[in-house]
Write a protein that binds this ligand. Structure first.
Ligand code: SAM
Length: 236
């Protein structure tokens, strides 16, 4: 992969970056995404943020090789610490776990005041992000789920305000499965949740065989609730 041709996953993320936005890509690794966007002419300026030295250096040399140093500022730092308040309109955070993405947003809250759009791509636990968005006044405006090289990825797009609107009366289901994704139920969605169901059923069998304790009973109850909820969605 390089910045001429992005993976299907990252290309889908870029679809949601508003034309002309000033972008921060956090956890940018080689800075493929900001380089692609700037080269395409879609955005005038980007920050590529990295906390780890190796990926930070890769991002810096990639931006230099492409002659993009005037338009892409590569910065080393933790999460949103690399941006100044009001410096960007849109933020992408891709290729990490949902709880890490949520904790980056939580720790960087003070930088989000002027940001219009968040485009987040968790590899697991999208629910952690949906819960953070809901608790912090960000409404989901779109979601995607796709399969690439045998892996399934979710993409969540949010803007400030209307945080409950997308969920309607289905908050619990929506937080777990995605309010837009569960309306569409495409093949990647069906595959992801069938696999989760199989895993949960295995864990449930193990819990049933284990000695009964209050903690086990609680786990079984929670698991059963999730299994029933997902089975109902997949059967419709
Ligand atoms: N965003 C790219 C993508 O989606 O292909 C790279 C994903 S890579 C798997 C995750 C990157 O996030 C790593 O380079 C890691 O160093 C960086 N990262 C992890 N935690 C971070 C944090 N708190 N702040 C900035 N970067 C972080």
């Amino acid at each position: 992969m390089n910045s001429d041709k992005l993976s299907k996953r990252l290309e889908t993320v870029t679809k949601y970056i508003p034309e002309g936005a000033r972008l921060a890509d956090i956890g940018s690794d080689h800075a493929y995404l900001p380089c692609y966007m700037v080269q395409k002419g879609g955005i005038p300026f980007a920050i590529a943020g990295e906390v780890v030295e190796g990926p930070y250096r890769s991002a810096k040399s990639h931006v230099e090789e492409l002659g993009l140093t005037k338009k892409i500022s590569v910065r080393k730092g933790d999460g949103l610490a690399v941006i100044q308040p009001g410096e960007v309109d849109a933020i992408t955070i891709a290729g990490m776990g949902g709880s890490l993405i949520a904790s980056i947003l939580e720790q960087g809250k003070s930088k989000l005041a002027g940001v219009k759009r968040l485009i987040l791509q968790p590899n697991i636990s999208a629910i952690s992000i949906r819960e953070w968005l809901l608790d912090n006044g960000w409404g989901l405006i779109a979601e995607e789920i796709l399969e690439e090289d045998g892996k399934i990825y979710e993409i969540l797009v949010a803007e400030q305000g209307n945080e409950r609107v997308a969920y309607g009366d289905n908050l619990e289901k929506g937080l777990l499965l995605g309010p837009y994704l569960l309306q569409e139920k495409n093949s990647a969605f069906q595959k992801k949740w069938s696999m989760e169901l199989a895993t949960w059923n295995k864990i449930l069998t193990q819990l049933k065989q284990a000695s009964t304790s209050a903690e086990n009973e609680k786990k079984k109850h929670e698991l059963l609730k999730k299994i029933q909820l997902v089975e109902e969605i997949l059967s419709k």
